[in-house]
Design a protein. Sequence first.
Length: 64
Amino acid sequence: MIVNGRQCTQTGEVSVSDLLRERGMQAQRVAVEVNGDIVPLRRHAETMLQDGDSVEIVTFVQGG
């Protein structure tokens, strides 16, 4: 799987929620896209990632 443009080795099934947790990210503070489709927060736990998927995680940053 590719995460933010970098190859990522993942063993077994992993959900979007699992991936975010492993990376220390809070689901409420990111937007996730899998293979070009936005994954709504309510679907993070049920969206399973597969080998070959392309995942983009965008972190919200507060600024002024």
